[in-house]
Design a protein around this ligand. Structure first.
Ligand SMILES: Cc1ncc(COP(=O)(O)O)c(C=O)c1O
Length: 395
């Protein structure tokens, strides 16, 4: 697979190489680096490199590399956090139940179909261990997916000896569901689809995805990573929770890290068959993992639709500004349904990242089919303006 994308890989192959550092997997013990540590290490590596070169460390004007929410938390979530200060000495007891009920009611499933987590990353790895790890039926096997997608689950499955069968994207940079259907075989342990996909920002049409899930989940478990689903208008989201309620062998994960701005607070959830979620508890602590503070903030944020609408609208505004800037410079881009945009660049990836960074812009790059790309996260309108100013200067 060409340059599979995670913050972890980006850190390892991108920033650290840029910074001339030799940090390998063993540096991180098990090889699973938690995202917050990745951010800190990444920034530290760049600081070290600038110190080594005797260059003044640039002031970061826009951190638009990790698909975070630049607008921060909902005011209601902030308020809930302040109030939660009083309960930090106690284990969470009822907060998880309350949040699960809210999600279940909205999605038309039972609370037993929801499993909470401290961010969705732990669910991705738990799923990989469950389906391909030694404790799962037989272990190993194949995970069927696409090239140029998010590789947290895939990287973990590989560690447990699974093969990854990654079909090429369509020419529109979408998951090729027709090609994937033809690849399901006796060895397939799991199908992994990321929708909207990271790093392309593309989606598969909702009706096509629903039909695929119905048909393929009759043969093998299907897992859809919906980390960016909140950036679609509610009416445009595929009705996959309904399929879970109807008993299909289907699993979804969602995260509060994006539209809710909880990347540092850590909260996510899975929607799936009740029996399966019970088994998954053996591989993840579920609702006992997020802190009471995070859960209380999550309950407030989940109900604050006004804030979610605001963030979605601002994301569209800032994306349109970026599209216009790129078009004016004669650059193509992949129209995005998420809070980041992928576009081909005419410079080596590392050089691009470094030049951007020297000018105070922290962004990220990838390669696919030997073509270098920038994947820029959508910041505020002002941050996208800064990005374009520097972009015009360096290309
Ligand atoms: C596609 C996708 N899935 C899952 C995650 C994990 O996010 P978190 O662990 O913050 O919920 C990310 C993070 O960027 C992502 O891009």
């Amino acid at each position: 697979m060409d340059h599979p994308l995670t913050r972890r890989n980006w850190l390892r192959t991108g920033a650290l190489l840029t910074a001339g550092l030799t940090i390998d997997r063993s540096t991180f013990g098990s090889g699973f680096l938690n995202p917050a540590a990745a951010h800190a290490l990444h920034e530290q590596a760049l600081v070290n490199e600038f110190a080594r070169l005797g260059e003044p460390m640039p002031q970061i004007k826009a951190r638009i590399a990790f698909n975070e929410n630049p607008h921060g938390l909902s005011p209601k979530a902030k308020d809930a956090i302040l109030k939660a200060v009083e309960s930090g000495n106690r284990y969470a007891m009822f907060e998880g139940q309350e949040l699960k009920k809210l999600i279940a009611d909205k999605e038309g499933v039972k609370p037993e179909n929801i499993m909470l987590s401290a961010g969705s990353s732990e669910l991705l790895t738990a799923m990989a261990v469950y389906f391909t790890g030694s404790a799962a039926k037989g272990g190993g096997g194949t995970v069927l997916t696409s090239q140029f997608t998010y590789d947290d689950l895939l990287g973990c499955a590989k560690k447990f000896g699974a093969k990854i069968d990654a079909v090429p994207l369509t020419k529109e940079y979408r998951f090729d569901l027709a090609a994937m259907k033809g690849k399901v075989g006796p060895d397939t342990k799991l199908v992994y689809i990321c929708n909207p996909n990271n790093p392309t920002g593309t989606i598969v049409p909702a009706a096509e995805l629903v039909a695929f899930c119905k048909e393929v989940s009759a043969k093998v478990p299907v897992f859809i990573d919906e980390a960016y689903i909140d950036f679609l208008e509610p009416k445009d989201r595929p009705a996959l929770p309904k399929l879970v309620a109807e008993g299909y062998n289907l699993f979804l994960t969602r995260t509060f890290s994006k539209i809710h701005g909880f990347a540092g607070l850590r909260l996510g959830y899975a929607i799936g068959p009740e029996k399966f979620l019970e088994s998954l508890q053996d591989y993840s602590r579920g609702e006992w993992n997020p802190s009471v503070t995070t859960l209380k903030a999550g309950i407030a944020s989940y109900q604050d639709e006004e804030w979610q609408n605001f963030c979605r609208t601002e994301n569209t505004k800032a994306s349109n500004l970026l599209y216009k800037g790129l078009k004016d410079k004669g650059y193509d881009y992949v129209p995005s349904y998420a809070n980041f945009v992928l576009f081909p660049i005419r410079m080596k990836t590392k050089q691009f990242e470094k030049e951007m960074f020297s000018n105070g812009i922290l962004t990220s790059t990838r390669e696919y089919n030997n073509q270098p790309f920038c994947r820029v996260s959508i910041g505020t309108v002002d941050e996208m303006g800064l990005f374009m100013d520097v972009f015009k200067k360096i290309v």
